[in-house]
Design a binder for this molecule. Structure first.
Ligand code: PMT
Length: 400
């Protein structure tokens, strides 16, 4: 890979994994340059990082020699991607607020290149409202994230969300962002997970979708170079690398998030959208005796049908999923016709597909059907992404 990655090492215990990341990135053929914060140097030395990259490590904004040699503006621009490992709470806060009082933060502010952050911090710091606010700001600024993962912390006895992603995961996220894959320049919208329809402040109607299949598809499309917006109902899943996520609750919110993400070349509607919502959402908790009148239902908008029937901004390829428990192919064909989409991926949900890690699907187009063997949801996603890439090959598809 003929690309340059600028690695910004932040000051946290996970900094040691950055050394392994340098090796993993160099194995792909990438050229790696390193900037270290002052705090990072308490955890790993510039000497160690420099030995692995084979050139000097940049540490100081006010060092005359370093500024003369390369300078923070050239560091920020002479690369294809910047990756921050670990993205500490402090670095995230600086980035979210545009502070630039050291070399790392000045480079991050001065760049016009994609930035990938691999956060790592104590779970309480991650959960803190200030960090979560900064995360939202950075996401809205288009920054990509990988992790954090859940697990044991360096602090004895602590567990939770805050572990930095492993070097291989960060390398894969870098590859996705640097990809010159067949979907480069294409935009995809993917929906995933359940929708949640409020009955009152504490109760809702929903379903058992975990989001795994939709997240895997969003990730596979990003790995092929697509610019992916994932519109997700509530799930326990981490944001896939290189994917923009819009989190919503209800079907109506999912529809407006999809409409906001248009135009797109392909839309893959994997979400298990609630077909109905309570006609009224009570402002106060419904009393036991009032339950019967509380469950009057109204039909939700059909997101797949709405996107399929657009006249102006219809994506060139609109793909639905069909969750069936019997007559899978016949029912799925009825759905293609009724909703007006181009393909349907039909799966039998009478077993463990919803929530599980594997799936057995049938890809149904208007004139053909292929039955795929049972495989992991990740593999289903990769196969589907290849089919999408093949279908969009060479097409100038996006309608403004
Ligand atoms: O999330 P997982 O645990 O990984 O499980 C994956 C899955 C089983 C949820 C997924 O593979 C799947 O089948 N998704 C579609 C679920 C569904 O709602 O199927 P459906 O047959 O009811 O709907 C058909 C299509 O219309 C779907 O693309 C659905 O997103 C869409 N739809 C449905 C209703 C509605 N109001 N708006 C919609 O857009």
């Amino acid at each position: 890979m003929n690309k340059r990655v600028l690695l910004v090492i932040g000051g946290g215990i996970a900094a040691y994994k950055s050394l392994e990341l340098i090796r993993r990135l160099k194995e792909t053929g990438a050229d790696v340059r390193v900037v270290m914060t002052k705090a990072a140097q308490h955890f790993v030395t510039p000497l160690a990082a420099g030995a692995l990259v084979g050139e000097r490590v940049f540490t100081d904004l006010f060092d005359q020699a370093q500024e003369f040699d390369v300078g923070h503006i050239r560091l920020a621009r002479e690369c294809d991607l910047i990756v921050v490992t670990p993205a500490t709470a402090d670095l995230m806060a600086k980035m979210a607020n545009g502070l630039a009082d050291d070399l790392a933060s000045a480079v991050l502010l001065a760049t016009d290149k994609p930035i990938l952050l691999a956060p790592a911090m104590n779970p309480h710091m991650w959960a803190n409202a200030a960090t979560q606010r900064n995360l939202e700001v950075l996401r809205a600024d288009g920054r990509a994230f990988v992790g954090p993962n859940e697990g044991e912390m360096a602090e004895r006895g602590e567990r939770g969300f805050g572990r930095m992603a492993e070097p291989e995961e960060i390398r894969d996220a870098c590859l996705a962002l640097l990809s010159d894959g067949p979907l480069k320049g294409k935009k995809a919208i993917v929906t995933a997970g359940p929708t949640v329809e409020a009955l009152d402040p504490v109760r809702f109607l929903s379903n058992r979708s975990s989001g795994k299949q939709g997240y895997a598809i969003a990730s596979a499309l990003a790995q092929l170079g697509a610019n992916v917006t994932l519109v997700s109902g509530p799930t326990a899943l981490a944001t896939p690398a290189g994917v923009k996520v819009k989190r919503i609750e209800s079907a109506r919110d999912m529809l407006s998030a999809c409409e906001d993400a248009l135009p797109a070349d392909v839309a893959v509607m994997v979400a298990a959208v609630a077909d109905w919502r309570p006609s009224k959402t009570a402002k106060k908790k419904i009393k036991k005796g009032d339950a019967a009148s509380a469950v009057e239902l109204t039909e939700n908008p059909d997101i797949l049908a709405t996107l399929s029937k657009l006249t102006k901004k219809r994506p060139a390829l609109v793909i639905g999923f069909a969750a069936e428990t019997d007559n899978v192919e016949a029912n799925a064909r009825v759905k293609i016709a009724k909703k007006g989409c181009d393909w349907i991926v039909a799966n039998d949900v009478s077993g463990d597909v919803m929530g599980g890690n594997d799936n057995q699907v049938m890809l149904i187009t208007r004139d053909a059907a292929q039955s795929w063997p049972r495989m992991s949801k990740d593999l289903v996603a990769q196969k589907l992404a290849s089919e999408i890439a093949e279908a969009l090959k060479g097409k100038a598809t996006r309608r403004k």
